[in-house]
Design a protein around this ligand. Sequence first.
Ligand SMILES: [Zn+2]
Length: 65
Amino acid sequence: MRKKQHSTLMQVEFVCPKCGKKLAWALPTSEINCPACGTWVTDRNRRIENTLYLPLDSDQMVLFC
Ligand SMILES: [Zn+2]
């Protein structure tokens, strides 16, 4: 089976590591400022809960826990 590159966009859930507030789903390269405690949440310090893969060529969403 041939694997297509760049056909799947990965988004991760950004959860503040300090106060646990769920901020947003975004690309791992994003940085999100927590409005509750002011912490900058990146892919390096976020609390990992879920990873979501969004295929670009369909509406299907696959959730990995
Ligand atoms: Zn916070």
